[in-house]
Write a protein that binds this ligand. Structure first.
Ligand code: HEC
Length: 114
């Protein structure tokens, strides 16, 4: 009997740990290294800028200025960057950056410090 209680307790602990580590991941997004930040800003200007405008005020793609992103959740925009949008010109950038890097880029766009 005690054995079963122990097992159930440890399974509960394990579940709790899994849930906690899942939510921690979004809170503790890792900042890209300084070198990577330079590369990502470069990408933003040259590649994203080709469609969204050199100053991101819009072009073939919509403007990506703080006001344009206001009210759109981080994860929605991260998914747009990583997966692109089917049926539109927005391509997937998953091969070139990971989740945390896309999230960092959104932060840069929201602060408009590019
Ligand atoms: C080939 C053109 C093209 C390139 C290159 C491109 N985009 Fe886009 N992007 C688009 C288009 C078009 C849309 C609008 C899609 C739609 O109609 O929903 C879009 C949408 C977006 C959105 C969603 C905006 C919103 O208000 O919902 C974000 C964020 C975004 N792009 C970021 C980027 C980033 C970051 C890069 C570079 C890593 C990039 N895009 C490169 C064409 C492009």
């Amino acid at each position: 009997m005690i054995f079963f209680i122990r097992v159930r307790k440890s399974i509960f602990g394990l579940l709790l740990l899994l849930i906690l580590s899942g939510s921690m991941q979004t809170v503790l997004a890792v900042e890209p290294s300084p070198e990577r930040q330079v590369a990502l800003r470069h990408l933003l200007k040259n590649d994203c800028g080709a469609c969204h405008g050199l100053t991101l005020q819009g072009g073939m793609g919509p403007a990506l200025l703080p006001d344009n992103l206001n009210g759109k959740p981080d994860e929605f925009l991260v998914a747009t960057i990583l997966n692109g949008r089917k049926g539109t010109a927005m391509p997937p950038w998953q091969p070139f950056m990971n989740h945390d890097e896309a999230l960092w880029l959104i932060g840069v766009l929201r602060k408009s410090v590019h």
